[in-house]
Write a protein that binds this ligand. Structure first.
Ligand code: CDP
Length: 217
């Protein structure tokens, strides 16, 4: 049990692509009545803009903050495509972009709309964005399982599996090895391997951890 360090408790979740971190984040937010921020979406929105406007130098984009409130954009299927994923991962290396997004994410943690708490998932949430989060998770699964999940999620035929597998492998490598805010497992994060357990089991493990770390309401 701990007293809150942040004004509102923060659950920070990092992990590899298609590991189930987004699903877990969403479910935890519903369970505890917290707000959820999918930080990957922010990088995907950047990628979408870059692709749409055929911009070569990422430092030259001035992303309109209004864009992040555009619900129709969030729901757009395009944002999940492999092209957008690949571009997002390239853009994510850019210091200028990361600086622009850092305040937005910290503001969300500081003032979640519900004023109850937040769940934020991504690659650098436990290490850089909210290093003093009350609860931290690192979610992972075998590359084979994750590629299969992504192929199904994108409704792609079986023959596309290999391509998804290699693209995901490259993206993981880039995310873990970049200079700027790489994906790491912080010492204080609880590691959950979702390869062979159900979404419900992952949620149950996580709920237990949250209840242990946050003195609840
Ligand atoms: O859903 P999936 O795990 O495949 O990807 P995502 O979480 O939507 O993130 C897309 C890409 O954005 C990642 O491959 C990262 O390169 C980048 N990203 C990041 O650098 N930092 C974050 N906090 C979130 C995403």
């Amino acid at each position: 049990m701990s007293t809150y360090q942040n004004k509102f408790p923060v659950i920070a979740i990092d992990g590899t692509a298609s590991s189930g971190k987004g699903t877990l984040a969403k479910k935890l937010a519903v369970f505890f009545g917290f707000d959820h921020l999918d930080s990957g979406m922010l990088y995907r929105i950047y990628a979408h803009e870059v692709l749409k406007k055929k911009i070569q130098e990422v430092d030259k984009i001035d992303i309109n903050i209004e864009l992040f409130n555009d619900k129709t954009l969030y729901e757009s299927k395009n944002l999940r495509s492999e092209l957008v994923s690949k571009t997002a991962s390239k853009i994510a290396k850019n210091e200028f972009v990361r600086k622009q997004l850092i305040n937005l994410q910290r503001h969300f943690a500081d003032k979640p709309p519900s004023r109850k708490g937040s769940v934020i998932d991504g690659r650098d949430i436990t290490s850089v964005i909210v290093p003093n989060a009350e609860v931290k998770f690192y979610i992972d699964a075998s590359l084979e399982k994750r590629a299969k999940r992504r192929q199904i999620q994108l409704n792609l035929p079986e023959k596309e599996y290999e391509k998804v597998f290699y693209e995901m492998k490259t993206r993981d490598y880039n995310d873990k090895n970049r200079e700027n805010c790489p994906l790491i497992k912080t010492k204080d994060s609880l590691y959950i391997d979702t390869s062979n357990i159900s979404e419900r089991m992952v949620l149950d493990i996580a709920i237990k951890e949250v209840k242990k770390k946050i003195d609840f309401i």
